[in-house]
Design a protein around this ligand. Structure first.
Ligand SMILES: C[S@@+](CC[C@H](N)C(=O)[O-])C[C@H]1O[C@@H](n2cnc3c(N)ncnc32)[C@H](O)[C@@H]1O
Length: 453
């Protein structure tokens, strides 16, 4: 029998042991639940078969480009987007439209209240450009202006006041920029949809699951993913000429294109490209870059750039870095480290373009990323009670955001090795393009272009 004075110590020991056992059990259960959740996600097609909502954000953003492409007068064209994004993302995007603009029922007495005033100074028929599409257009033009530097194509793409400084920098540059790196590339299809000058090397960095799904889908869709001599399109259409560039190819490239087309016609292949071995291959979507490669890494880990260098990124030649819709998924120290690491392997005259969310005190209606109106606290809700009433899932990307810039954005970039050329909200970018927007208040979504300091 324990003596009375050892009893408290014994009791304390039992309590500690019990608490320890409880913690161990909780940990085991949590791990088991995680495993099961992951299995359910994979099997039921949640997140389109991808591993997380962050990965799935690539599908949700591509779905916006798919829907825009279907518009009678699209601001951008992305014919691959619908096939790349998958049905789940497309359904979610379409459901958002139904919620945002419920069908207007005919009424006997049409009140003037039902007919919104056209925004001042705009043609009443001009459709407001959606935020994500303005972002796409901005980055499209940065890519075109930089890669086609010194040609009419580049000058035309950058012919908006927000790109004035970028064009001036490019005119001063001594070397062309023939390397493009997309960090957090998602399901971007620019090397198939934008004309590129000869010799552009295109690199994409994202998570393993996103890049694996992208490669598989590109192949199914008939997109060329290995190196070849692609025939660039002679023109890319856009919206009524509003901000869309008519691409005139340099003479040498026109001749090459004519030659290729003649060879293709002889071979009986209408939209052919030639592989490195010279054999004609019919692609539905020829690659316009000389090279396309992917690098699966976690951009939150320092040293991520080693993969790019291993794949042949030339750190002695200028690079265009495109960080579209990526940075807010990272923690602030990781954002700083990423910008610094990109700068550390960039040759002089390299350029970076990024979208950034600025921290604001009050909620900003034009800056969020809820793809459907909020339905409670989790990142995804579903089960037949979606806002569309049709069982669509609700995805709340905002819940995944980790970083909003709390200081002056150009200063933040300067501290990381990049000197800003332009930094403006997407609304101001639309203004600079002369395009209407549905929102007229301020926005926390900023677009920045910067040069290596
Ligand atoms: C909103 S999507 C944008 C995709 C593409 N840039 C676009 O605009 O269509 C964000 C992308 O960043 C990627 N991403 C987020 N965090 C990442 C990380 N730590 N490492 C690599 N990729 C990441 C996601 O997988 C996703 O493809």
């Amino acid at each position: 029998m324990p003596k009375a004075r050892t009893l408290p110590a014994l009791l304390a020991l039992i309590i500690v042991a019990e608490e320890g056992l409880r913690l161990v059990l909780r940990h085991i259960l949590k791990r088991r639940r995680k495993k099961i959740d992951h299995k359910v996600i994979q099997e039921s097609g949640i997140y389109g078969g991808l591993e997380s909502l962050v990965s799935f954000s690539a599908c949700l953003i591509a779905a916006n480009r798919a829907v825009e492409t279907e518009e009678p007068e699209p601001y951008i064209l992305d014919p691959l987007a619908a096939g790349l994004c998958g049905q789940e993302a497309l359904d979610a995007r379409r459901a958002r439209d139904r919620v945002a603009a419920p069908a207007v029922r005919p009424v006997a007495n049409t009140s003037t209240l039902l007919q919104p005033e056209p925004m001042a100074g705009l043609h009443p028929c001009q459709r407001p450009i959606p935020r994500l599409i303005m972002r796409t257009k901005f980055f499209d033009d940065v890519v075109t202006a930089v890669t086609w530097r010194g040609s009419g194509v580049g000058e035309k793409a950058g012919d908006h006041s927000c790109h004035k400084e970028l064009l001036a920098t490019l005119r001063r540059a001594e070397r062309p920029c023939r390397q493009v790196v997309l960090l957090g590339s998602g399901l971007d299809a620019r090397p198939w949809r934008l004309p590129l000058p000869l010799g552009v090397r295109w690199f994409e960095v994202d998570r393993t699951d996103v890049l694996a799904a992208k490669q598989a889908r590109l192949q199914v869709l008939g997109a060329q993913i290995d190196a070849g001599v692609a025939i660039p399109p002679t023109a890319v259409s856009g919206h009524n000429g509003a901000g869309s560039a008519q691409f005139i190819l340099p003479q040498k490239q026109q001749q090459q294109q004519q030659q290729q087309q003649a060879q293709a016609t002889q071979a009986g292949v209408d939209d052919a490209v030639r592989t490195a071995s010279g054999a004609p291959v019919k692609w539905r979507y020829p690659l316009h870059a000389a090279e396309w490669s992917c690098c699966a890494v976690d951009l939150q880990r320092s040293g991520w750039s080693r993969g790019l260098l291993d794949q042949g990124l030339d750190s002695s030649s200028p690079v265009l870095w495109v960080l579209e819709g990526l940075l807010y998924y990272l923690d602030e120290p990781d954002v700083r480290a990423l910008l610094q690491e990109a700068a550390s392997i960039s040759a002089p005259e390299s350029i970076i373009a990024a979208s950034v969310i600025r921290a604001v005190r009050s909620a900003d209606s034009s800056g969020g990323a809820t793809l459907l109106p909020p339905q409670g606290g989790s990142s995804r809700s579903s089960g037949g009670k979606g806002p569309s009433g049709e069982g669509q899932a609700t995805y709340r990307l905002n819940n995944e955001f980790k970083w909003k810039c709390r200081e002056d954005i150009p200063k933040f970039f300067r501290d990381c090795g990049w000197g800003a050329m332009a930094c403006l909200s997407w609304l101001d970018a639309a203004k600079s393009y002369g395009l209407p927007t549905a929102v007229t208040t301020t926005s926390s979504v900023f677009l920045i272009t910067a040069a290596l300091a």
